[in-house]
Design a protein around this ligand. Structure first.
Ligand SMILES: CC(C)(COP(=O)(O)OP(=O)(O)OC[C@H]1O[C@@H](n2cnc3c(N)ncnc32)[C@H](O)[C@@H]1OP(=O)(O)O)[C@@H](O)C(=O)NCCC(=O)NCCS
Length: 163
């Protein structure tokens, strides 16, 4: 698997699984009917942000994508944030872990002092376990912070890792 900067042409491969993940409404605080141009604008970042794709080097398939960016501006711009989407057809193969590791390397190289995830849905146990294994802690959980389509109101974690 190769992780590289996303090019504009990669969006066509990202959008189908991005749309599936967002439409499910289980893991992101995006509107479930997010339209394509808005999604592209939110995901395909210019510096100081960065968007990457994970590509199967044999088939050329895009397996997943991540975006990373300063979480705040001004006096809090030393903290990065990031978001991840792995094509469900390729889940559980280490793509999310590789994207997470790549993001941490980027954040360190860019001089960030920490990474903050603002909204990790408590019931997204796969993501929570992955981020904990990469050194993130749950700093707080917003009670009933997220309305899950089948579970109802669940907690929303703020997760944090110093670099
Ligand atoms: C969360 C997500 C990024 C994980 O990506 P992935 O490529 O499936 O994950 P990986 O294969 O790298 O597995 C990473 C860890 O997830 C956990 N995991 C994997 N499969 C799991 C399963 N079936 N059940 C629970 N946890 C699981 C394990 O902790 C695993 O660690 P391991 O490498 O020690 O086995 C991906 O599922 C995804 O895009 N989900 C939808 C969007 C999303 O939730 N984004 C993150 C928002 S915070």
């Amino acid at each position: 698997m190769l992780i590289r900067d996303a090019e504009a042409a990669d969006w066509d491969a990202v959008w189908p699984f991005f749309r599936t993940i967002v439409a499910a409404g289980e893991t992101y605080t995006y509107p479930r009917d997010l339209d394509e141009p808005t999604a592209r604008g939110m995901w395909m970042l210019a510096p100081p942000g960065r968007t990457v794709v994970a590509v199967d080097e044999t088939t050329g398939d895009v397996l997943g994508s991540a975006k990373m960016n300063p979480n705040h501006m001004g006096g809090a711009s030393h903290i990065a944030s990031a978001s991840f989407m792995v094509d469900p057809a390729h889940a559980g193969r280490g793509v999310g872990r590789a994207l997470g590791g790549s993001m941490l390397a980027w954040a360190r190289a860019e001089g960030y002092r920490a990474v903050q995830f603002n909204a990790v849905v408590e019931s997204n146990t796969r993501a929570v376990a992955l981020w904990k294994s990469l050194g993130f802690e749950v700093m707080t959980t917003l009670p009933e912070g997220f309305l899950h389509p089948t579970l109802g109101y669940v907690g929303l974690h703020i997760m944090y890792r110093r670099l």
